[in-house]
Design a protein around this ligand. Structure first.
Ligand SMILES: *Cc1c(COP(=O)(O)O)cnc(C)c1O
Length: 385
């Protein structure tokens, strides 16, 4: 079914793209097609669906919608962000090289170092926010430049447009993990990237009730190769989870706005608090890359980090005292979470890497939810006192 998406705004497309009323019944909401297989009328004659690893109508609706929101033609929904990343690396072969930003998601780092490096793919890591850093890492085997912006947990930004130009000139493709901002605030493909990855576990699903991933591209060759790998490796998202992600996309815009409003209030509050050493939020003018943030994104999202004054004991005290903020890994849900990267999400990084990056015992990461703003500020106030 053709749907004239270009002329509509983000919110309209989030609610309608790929989601025409069900042709069989007129159901306004895309049904959950819980089926593994589909009837043929004659061998090889069917309605476009043969087996749900290859295609499933609920998953296809979600893939169409999320690709549309990222400004891309091809979307592939996965059982997790990690298997999305795994499938992307399967576009490469032994001897190929990937340049990554240095403070990337710990699980992606573990996947690259402990699963793919032993199989002969090489990875180098650099602070790609520094001029000349990418050029210094590129070689004639570099196939991917893998970016997160803002990065996790230090909220460093990279200039996606500039780095894409440099990568393309060297014959490499650019992958952006857009989990932190979602397509509502950042559209990497419009900025020049080739591939976008999300852990849909986070903002896209937004309700902390499933694990999922999605990869999108607007490049026909990459789209066809990924379609093959998606089906052949088979790390697909199940119909029920695809339904939940599709349902969540409908409110992505209002959720992201609410996350940002609360995150800005929390960042401003913490910045002025005597128990806080430094707040890192791209929406604060004090962020070293505030200008790039305003140029590259249409908003700053709900993630922030801060250094508390004192040592591990002070950080532990704060993390044990919060009441509305839940001490937990993960991010991007409607509820506020707080965590300690050095002990929790980034524990798998070697100690010297953590030290070099600035992931120390005073660093706290927050995923600011969409609860009543005054309640969040009061909670922080009592926990910091
Ligand atoms: C959570 C996360 C991932 C991994 O996704 P899973 O859904 O947990 O497999 C990748 N990148 C970022 C930035 C994440 O936050």
């Amino acid at each position: 079914m053709q749907w004239p998406e270009e002329q509509f705004g983000f919110e309209t497309r989030a609610i309608h793209a790929g989601q025409a009323p069900d042709p069989a019944t007129g159901a306004v909401i895309t049904p959950v097609y819980m089926t593994s297989t589909y009837a043929h009328t004659s061998p090889g004659e069917h309605k476009g669906y043969e087996y749900s690893r290859s295609h499933n109508p609920t998953r296809s609706a979600f893939e169409t919608c999320v690709a549309n929101l990222e400004g891309a033609r091809y979307g592939f929904a996965f059982a997790s962000g990690c298997v999305g990343a795994t499938t992307l690396i399967h576009l490469l072969k032994q001897g190929d090289h990937v340049v990554c930003c240095d403070d990337m998601y710990g699980g992606t780092y573990r996947l690259f170092e402990q699963v793919f490096r032993p199989k002969g793919i090489t990875f180098s890591y650099a602070d790609l926010s520094v001029d000349g850093a990418l050029e210094a890492q590129l070689n004639d085997r570099t196939r991917f430049v893998w970016l997160e912006s803002p990065s996790n947990p230090l909220m460093k930004l990279v200039d996606i447009t500039r780095l894409s130009q440099i990568a393309h000139a060297a014959g490499a493709r650019v992958v952006v993990d857009n989990t932190f901002l979602s397509p509502y605030f950042q559209k990497p493909i419009e900025l020049g990237a080739d591939l976008v990855l999300h852990s849909t576990t986070k903002y896209i699903n937004g309700h902390s009730d499933l694990i999922g991933g999605v990869v999108v591209t607007d490049d026909q060759d990459l789209g066809e190769r990924l379609s093959f790998l998606h089906n052949t490796i088979g790390g697909i998202q199940g119909a029920m989870d695809a339904y939940l992600c599709l349902r969540s996309l409908k409110t992505l815009a209002v959720r992201m706005q609410a996350h940002q409003t609360n995150a800005m209030a929390v960042a401003t509050y913490l910045q002025d608090h005597p128990a806080v050493d430094r707040v890192i939020y791209p929406g604060l003018a004090s962020h070293p890359q505030y200008d790039l943030a305003c140029r590259q994104t249409t908003g700053h999202g709900g993630m922030l980090s801060c250094y508390l004054k004192g040592d591990l004991a002070q950080a532990r005290h704060f993390l044990e005292k919060v009441r509305i903020f839940t001490l937990a890994e993960s991010l991007g849900g409607v509820e506020s979470l707080v965590e300690h990267p050095a002990i929790m999400t980034h524990a798998s990084l070697p100690a010297e890497v953590k030290l070099k990056l600035g992931i120390n015992d005073s660093l706290i990461r927050m995923s600011v939810g969409i609860e009543t703003q005054a309640d969040l500020l009061a909670d922080l106030d009592q926990a910091l006192s």
